[in-house]
Ligand binder design. Sequence first.
Ligand SMILES: NC(=O)C1=CN([C@@H]2O[C@H](COP(=O)(O)OP(=O)(O)OC[C@H]3O[C@@H](n4cnc5c(N)ncnc54)[C@H](O)[C@@H]3O)[C@@H](O)[C@H]2O)C=CC1
Ligand SMILES: O=P(O)(O)OC[C@H]1O[C@](O)(CO)[C@@H](O)[C@@H]1O
Length: 388
Amino acid sequence: MLKAVHFGAGNIGRGFIGYLLYKSEYEITFVDISKELVESINTYKRYNVIILKDNVEKEEVKNIKAIHIEDEENLSKAIVDADIITTSVGANNLKSIGEKLRNYLKIRKANIDKPLNIMACENALFATNILKNSILEKEDKDFIEYVNQKIGFPNTAVDRIVPNVDIKKELPIDVAVEDFYEWDIDKKAIIGDLNIKGVELVADLEPYIERKLFLLNGAHATTAYLGYLKGYKYIHEAIEDDFIRNIVSGMQEEASLALSRKHNIKKDELGRYASKVIKRFKNSYLKDEVVRVGREPTRKLAGNDRLMMPAKFCYEIGVMPQFILYGIAAGLLFDYKEDPKACEIQNDIKNFGLEKTISKVTGLEENSGLLQEIVKKYKELKEAFGKR
Ligand SMILES: NC(=O)C1=CN([C@@H]2O[C@H](COP(=O)(O)OP(=O)(O)OC[C@H]3O[C@@H](n4cnc5c(N)ncnc54)[C@H](O)[C@@H]3O)[C@@H](O)[C@H]2O)C=CC1
Ligand SMILES: O=P(O)(O)OC[C@H]1O[C@](O)(CO)[C@@H](O)[C@@H]1O
């Protein structure tokens, strides 16, 4: 049986990556930083994936085990034996995972010759490259040569909404998901065979990642931040609000303009994709909280992420992306106390002022046209909804 090691046994790890790897007959070992989660997986050795729709369905994932990230002995064995390694730990944690993987891959190099593919399944552009670079950083020629010959590092785009919905579960590690999924993988970077059911192997991944990041994640973040501002708890409630829906559709149109110009994708194709995304947001079974979808605004509002990238593309082609900028402005007003990154932005605004904070978060120059427009929209939204 083929062996998979997956770092990050959270929502997407169990609800999507683990789910498809199991369907593809991989024996899965999860690796996590949470001792409690590792213990639960080793106690139950299985979990249910609950598909939230009109007629709820349940699928079982079985014969699983888990290793704690600090359990060097077992982790080393698992990495040496693996046919595939995947992650969904959050893009900010990839560097530390790469540093750990480096040592285990050296043990693998000395012990086994079979090919391996490693993929980072995170919401970020070319996340696998971040992982690969941290593995190879400061390495000698011999190791780099081994890695380049024996290990594939395909980038991917992963799409399935896996919320923290509170529903009746058989096991505490059961996970609830939407019906839809899409996992696109860069086929040029695969070494050996990679047979995962349900994935799409694509020749040019960039349009797929950007379409997903801008039209789904960008629209989701916009819905979350405006939803939070207007006092909604869930995404499905926020997207039914005409004011929010209008801005979200507008930002999708602006991002589609940028995508169609950059990748030569037909506008009506992007329109169909965008409408389907809105329909997915309306799924009331997901009970997806705006504070989950808006989490870590410093990452989501960064220059290389879901909102700033399409905004900059539009600006470069002479279009002021009014609707995307409302999303960014709303993100700067996201003052959810339990989110340390939201608090960081609020403290920076208090201590250093709005312009300096926007510049720090987005990477824009303080005197740039885009930044000045964000300031206007921030003030407008604050005036309208900031004192609720
Ligand atoms: N939830 C979703 O619908 C989707 C999430 N993603 C991406 O997947 C990644 C994970 O998201 P979720 O599953 O929602 O988060 P989550 O918080 O449910 O799961 C993350 C898991 O990674 C573990 N973890 C964190 N640091 C670790 C480390 N250094 N070593 C080992 N384990 C570690 C955590 O303990 C947790 O179990 C993120 O990059 C997210 O953007 C992508 C598509 C969909
Ligand atoms: O996982 P992130 O990047 O924090 O953002 C949440 C986003 O990821 C998803 O969980 C899945 O793509 C979306 O629900 C949402 O757009």
